[in-house]
Design a protein around this ligand. Structure first.
Ligand SMILES: *[C@@H]1O[C@H](CO)[C@@H](O)[C@H](O)[C@H]1NC(C)=O
Ligand SMILES: *[C@@H]1O[C@H](CO)[C@@H](O)[C@H](O)[C@H]1NC(C)=O
Length: 140
């Protein structure tokens, strides 16, 4: 049997969970529920959402993506600011290879992936970039 205190704690915990679940932005275009074993880049690659966009839309995720919780709802993109044209970085990729293979202007690539530095030297295999050929109007 639960004591009253345990029950109250459980009720508070349940309320916290439902508060988190209700936390998706009203203008969320796509959502996903975190599964055991997920990583941010795995979610990004599977669901066509850039590494930048996933982090930008879900500021509750920490910088190392170490705090995903099973069952946690994530928004994958905001309506009107949702890049679903993506590419997963491979070993050996660089700015020139990317702009040529993905047919996107370098300025557009850099504008849509503000986490990437101007010479693309900080990209890494498994990172997911938005490769849309128009600028996505991300709200700051
Ligand atoms: C999440 O997406 C599903 C289907 O894609 C939709 O039915 C549901 O309403 C969405 N949830 C929220 C909170 O936006
Ligand atoms: C991701 O994009 C690829 C290439 O356009 C497409 O084949 C695939 O169905 C997309 N996956 C999802 C989950 O949207």
């Amino acid at each position: 049997m639960f004591t009253r205190v345990q029950f109250a704690t459980l009720a508070a915990f349940a309320a916290t969970i439902s508060a988190v679940r209700a936390d998706l932005p009203a203008d969320c275009a796509r959502n996903y529920t975190v599964r055991l074993g997920d990583t941010c880049d795995k979610i990004s690659a599977a669901l066509n959402v850039s590494t930048y966009q996933l982090a930008h839309v879900n500021p509750q995720i920490d910088a190392g993506c170490d705090n995903l919780g099973e069952g946690e709802p994530l928004c994958l993109g905001i309506t009107g600011q949702d890049c679903a044209t993506t590419y997963v970085i491979q070993t050996g990729d660089n700015c020139d290879l990317l702009t040529a293979s993905q047919n996107v202007a370098r300025s557009t690539l850099l504008a849509n992936n503000p986490n990437v530095n101007s010479d693309c030297s900080d990209i890494y295999p498994g990172e997911v970039l938005c490769t849309a050929d128009t600028d996505i109007p991300y709200a700051s």
